[in-house]
Design a binder for this molecule. Structure first.
Ligand code: MEV
Length: 298
C-alpha cells in the first residue's frame, strides 16, 4: 500500500487573467487530498461516496485517461480529502496531483514534478475544459509561485517571501462550478475584448507588484494590490454582494487587503491579509463564518 498527496491552493493575485495569458501568484495549502493505492487485479478508482453523478463520471474519465497513459498498473486507488469541494481551493487539482503521483509510483515511473504536472493537466482538462494550469502546477510544486501560460508555453518562477506571513482563508460556501464561471466570462470577453483585456492586463501588472512586495517584505503593499485585484474582479462581474460584504467586514476588522480567491461567482473562499490574522479570524467567527490561517514563506 502507498499514499500520495496533493495539496490544495490559494490564488493570491491574478485568477482569470491567467486564463488570458497574464501572470498569477498562487500558493499551496497544507491541507489537500491523499490517494492510497493497494495491489489489485486491475486498475480502478474507488469513487468517493456522495459525489454527484456528473462529478463522479468526470473523475472516472480523468482517472481512466491518466491510468492508460502510465500503462494501467494493477492497483485500486481510493481518495481522502480534507479540502472543501467547489470552494476555490483547488480540490480538483489536488485530486489530479494525488492521483498522478499514485499512478506514476504504481507503474514504477518517477513521480517528478514534470511527470506529475503532465498527467494532472490532462485530468484538469476533463474537470475544467481549458484551465490555465495554475492550480495543478501550484499543487505539484508545493511552493509560492508566479505562473504564466502564453499559448502552450508555461513560465513558472518560485517566489521567496522576505518576511513569512499568514493569510486568512474565509469559507463562504459552495459556488458555481469553475467551468461555468470561466465560460460566462469568456462570453463577456468575446463581446467586449478591448475593455476586458485592459482589466486583465491591469491584474497582471498587479501580480508583478505583488511579487515585488512579497520579495521586499512590504505586506501592506501586497494588501493594497489584493484590494485592487478585488476591484478588477468585481469589474469583470466575478464578485457578488455577499462577497463584497465580507470583504468590507475584513477590511473594517483591520485587513490590509481582502479579495475573493479562485473562480469567484457567489460563495467560494476569500483571502485576507492583515497585521493580526487571529483578529480577522475572530471577526469572521462573530459573523458565523468559518476560516483558517495558512502560512506563506515558512
Ligand atoms: C481557478 O482556480 C483559477 C481560474 O483562473 C481558472 C484557471 O486558471 O484555469 C479562475
Amino acid at each position: 500500500m502507498s499514499s500520495s498527496f496533493g495539496p490544495g491552493k490559494v490564488i493570491l493575485l491574478g485568477e482569470h487573467g491567467v486564463v488570458y495569458g497574464h501572470p498569477a501568484l498562487a500558493a499551496p495549502l497544507t491541507v489537500g487530498v491523499t490517494a492510497t493505492a493497494r495491489p489489485a487485479d486491475g486498475c480502478r478508482l474507488v469513487v468517493p461516496q456522495g459525489l454527484p453523478p456528473v462529478q463522479a463520471a468526470q473523475l472516472e474519465e480523468a482517472f481512466g485517461r491518466a491510468a492508460l497513459q502510465v500503462g494501467a498498473p494493477s492497483v485500486e486507488v481510493s481518495l481522502k480529502s480534507a479540502l472543501p469541494v467547489s470552494m476555490g481551493l483547488g480540490s480538483s487539482a489536488a485530486v489530479a496531483v494525488a492521483l498522478s503521483r499514485a499512478l506514476l509510483t504504481a507503474s514504477d515511473q518517477p513521480a517528478s514534478v514534470a511527470a506529475v504536472c503532465k498527467l494532472a493537466f490532462g485530468m484538469e482538462q476533463v474537470f475544467h475544459g481549458k484551465p490555465s494550469g495554475v492550480d495543478h502546477t501550484t499543487s505539484a510544486r508545493g511552493e509560492l509561485l508566479r505562473f504564466r501560460r502564453a499559448g502552450t508555453r508555461v513560465q513558472v518562477r518560485a517566489v521567496k517571501a522576505k518576511v513569512p506571513f499568514g493569510l486568512v482563508v474565509v469559507l463562504l460556501g459552495q459556488r458555481p462550478p469553475t467551468k461555468a464561471t470561466v465560460a460566462a466570462l469568456r462570453e463577456r470577453q468575446a463581446r467586449w475584448p478591448t475593455r476586458y483585456e485592459r482589466l486583465f492586463a491591469a491584474m497582471g501588472k498587479g501580480v508583478d507588484e505583488g511579487v515585488a512586495a512579497i520579495e521586499s517584505g512590504d505586506l501592506e503593499a501586497l494588501g493594497d494590490v489584493m484590494n485592487v485585484n478585488q476591484g478588477l474582479l468585481g469589474a469583470l462581474g466575478l464578485s457578488s454582494a455577499r462577497i463584497d460584504g465580507v470583504v468590507g467586514l475584513l477590511r473594517g476588522a483591520g485587513a490590509w487587503g481582502a479579495k475573493l480567491t479562485g473562480a469567484g461567482g457567489d460563495g467560494g473562499a476569500l483571502l485576507a491579509l492583515g497585521p493580526k490574522p487571529e483578529a480577522l479570524r475572530r471577526a469572521m467567527k462573530r459573523q458565523g463564518l468559518q476560516s483558517f490561517v495558512t502560512r506563506i514563506g515558512t
